[in-house]
Design a protein around this ligand. Structure first.
Ligand code: EPU
Length: 475
């Protein structure tokens, strides 16, 4: 792998120059890669292990930084986390203990997962300390739904300068709750808290994403009593104790769609082994509407979905992101890059996060024609219509993209920058590569497997994983 050394100098506002990759664009991505367990289930499943009275085993865990962060947090709470290789993780919560606040605060800002420790820690220890949260900067990302639900179930929340201290002096009890919006995280919060609470919890307007369904399946294995009704209603009957689980998570449908969009934008052909049609049906409809081709292989071991650009022009589309079963917000950013190559005007209305179109500024510097509006450019006005949020985009294509310097803003936006760099003519320098490691396993190795020409300091540093293997942090 090599790339022409760039003559451009470093702008002092760029992040660490060692955290940079040089991408030489213009080559279609072709080949095959595999996706493993979904990041957005695996991290929650690891937290759920805290609820069991016996060890849990999680299969197909990807080697990504979010898993390392949760591993670190669990260990601080006395959970034994052991990697048995090949993505197998054993989590033993026999000795759960209160973690040191200063040590926990080392993880502040690294992830949003700590908020989900509340229920399990309250059940195990009667007290939870939650450091400042992190995660992608794609909107305000408040936690009011989480805290309101916990309070309704009997928790007392104290805000301290270090973080949140949460107690449950009289224990946690079931109640009737209605989420103002079907939040994935708040639904998980209620599930992880209500399963061991006293009595019955009814959660109205719950999220129903496949990752939620998989978490419910895992909790059911542990002995939880959860019924999913129509109209986003979950009914959880608290039980006195739960056991450990053995669980193989659903495959990562966000990563699968990311590589599918990379194939489309670079006029390539990528087989994503492990991708499952049932989790991607809405995405596949849009992929086909844009002009992408796909072929599903249902083999349970080696199956997957092959995605390719069939030649000729792609077509423009109008879409709105939405909660499941709508078009996922996480699919939006990679798809927008492909839409810069489609003929005509595409419209994207982002209705889940108020600030998830910032990554398009970089695409414009590369030659894309994208205008971002604060009005709702969709069939249905959304929550962000009157706040001045730039949450609708009009993309006019096809555009010839040129390589440029790019600074990764967040996980999915960063992947999109890479796709744009790969689709562009010339060389790009992509800074902030470590953010990709949060959710894309073996990113460098997968790019190489698909024939991308990528090089640079981040390749030489441990931060970018080059090959699979046991989890660094869980060894
Ligand atoms: N919201 C509130 N108050 C709350 C919670 C959420 O106003 O207390 C709002 C959010 O601000 C947002 C909307 O509700 O506007 C939806 O947020 P949600 O809670 O559903 O998102 P999340 O649980 O924080 C997870 C994924 C995201 C994914 C969303 C939507 C994880 C760790 N993160 O976030 O994934 O985009 O659900 O499906 O599961 C990613 O993987 O890159 C990623 C950002």
């Amino acid at each position: 792998m090599s790339a022409e050394p760039s003559a451009r100098s470093f702008d002092s506002s760029y992040p660490d120059p060692g955290d940079m990759l040089v991408v030489r664009g213009g080559t279609p991505l072709c080949g095959e890669i595999r996706v493993r367990g979904a990041k957005n289930l695996v991290s929650k499943a690891m937290v759920a292990a805290l609820l069991g009275s016996t060890p849990s085993t999680l299969y197909d865990v990807p080697a990504i930084r979010d898993v390392e962060v949760v591993t670190g947090l669990l260990r601080l709470h006395g959970v034994r986390v052991e990697s048995l290789g090949d993505g197998r993780l054993v989590l033993d919560p026999a000795n759960v203990e209160t973690a040191d606040v200063e040590e926990l605060n080392v993880h502040a800002g690294a992830s949003r997962i700590p908020i989900l420790f509340c229920g399990p820690l309250l059940h195990r220890l009667g007290r939870a300390f939650i450091p400042d949260l992190g995660g992608c900067r794609i909107g305000g990302r408040p936690i009011d739904f989480h805290l309101d639900a916990l309070r309704e179930m009997g928790a007392v929340v104290d805000k301290t300068p270090d973080g949140l201290v949460i107690t449950a002096p009289d224990g946690l009890h079931g109640t009737t709750l209605r989420l103002p919006y079907p939040s994935v995280g708040a639904t998980e919060q209620v599930l992880l808290t209500a399963v061991l609470a006293d009595g019955i919890t009814e959660l109205h307007n719950a999220a129903v994403e496949p990752e939620i369904t998989d978490l419910i399946a895992l909790l059911q294995k542990m002995g939880a009593l959860i019924t999913a009704h129509t109209d986003r209603l979950l009914r959880i009957e608290g039980v006195p104790a739960l056991r450990g689980y053995a669980h193989r998570p659903l495959p990562d449908r966000l990563e699968a769609a990311s590589w599918a969009c990379a194939a489309l934008a670079t006029r390539g052909d990528v087989l994503v082994r492990g991708a499952r049609q049932a989790d991607l049906m809405t995405f596949l409809n849009v992929y086909r509407a844009v002009g992408g081709e796909f072929e599903v292989d249902d083999d349970p071991v080696d199956g997957g979905i092959r995605f390719w650009h069939p030649g000729g022009d792609l077509g423009a589309v109008a879409l709105e992101t939405d909660v499941h079963p709508g078009f996922m917000t996480d699919w939006q950013q990679p798809l927008v890059v492909a839409l810069t190559q489609a003929r005509g005007l595409s419209i994207v209305h982002e209705t889940v996060y108020e600030n998830r179109l910032g990554f398009t500024d970089a695409l414009v510097t590369m030659g894309a024609t994208i205008q971002v509006y604060s009005a709702c450019l969709g069939a249905t006005p959304c929550r962000f219509g009157h706040g001045g949020y730039r949450h609708s985009a009009v993309i006019s294509g096809p555009s010839k993209l040129q390589g440029n310097d790019l600074v990764i803003p967040d996980l999915r936006g960063g992947f999109s920058h890479f796709i744009a760099a790969l689709a562009a003519e010339g060389t790009s320098r992509v800074f902030g590569v470590h953010l990709i490691d949060r959710g894309y396993e073996d990113f460098g190795a997968k790019l190489a497997a698909l024939g991308a020409t990528v090089d640079g300091p981040a390749y030489e540093r441990a931060g970018l994983r080059l090959a699979g293997g046991p989890l660094e942090a869980a060894r």
